[in-house]
Design a protein around this ligand. Structure first.
Ligand code: HEM
Length: 126
């Protein structure tokens, strides 16, 4: 016989990822983004070192808003990855407690530090 009172939860808006899960997945995504952007950055470095003309072309590209925005995105992503990576390593070395409360708090702190570094990256680029 089928049980009539089965638990149901169809209201998807009541289901949220916890902050620690968001911090974790963003760390992995940021790692992939950094990996992919290394190609573009190495290409730009190669162009700037190829000749005086190449250097000028690279400088001109860096004046372009879209390229600046890309660089800002890469620096912000890198900032988050490094800050979150340090948090991970601190947890691995047991320098932070491994409780849900500490995990939540350290995730909030790392989001905040990454945001400050992201703003500073924008100031550096523009
Ligand atoms: C070229 C620069 C980097 C690239 C391309 C990169 C890429 C990645 C990727 C793709 C992952 C995800 C691995 C997975 O979840 O299976 C990862 C994890 C990690 N990265 Fe990076 N990373 C870079 C720099 C750094 C730096 C500078 C730090 C230092 C803070 C760092 C700390 C970590 C740590 C601790 C993890 C493991 C996190 C965990 O245990 O889930 N990474 N990295």
């Amino acid at each position: 016989m089928v049980k009539k009172k089965r638990p149901i939860n169809l209201d998807l808006s009541t289901i949220h990822f916890p902050l620690t899960a968001i911090a974790s997945i963003l760390h992995r995504i940021s790692g992939v983004i950094i990996f992919l952007s290394i190609g573009v950055i190495l290409w730009l470095l190669d162009l700037s070192l190829s000749s005086p003309k190449g250097f000028l072309r690279a400088s001109l590209m860096m004046d372009n808003f879209v390229f600046k925005f890309f660089m800002w995105g890469v620096l912000s992503t890198l900032s988050y990855h490094i800050v979150s990576g340090i948090r991970h390593m601190m947890m691995d070395f047991n320098l932070l407690g491994v409780t849900l409360q500490v995990g939540k708090f350290s995730a909030q702190i790392s989001f905040f530090i990454a945001m400050v570094l992201s703003i500073l990256s924008g100031v550096l680029i523009w």
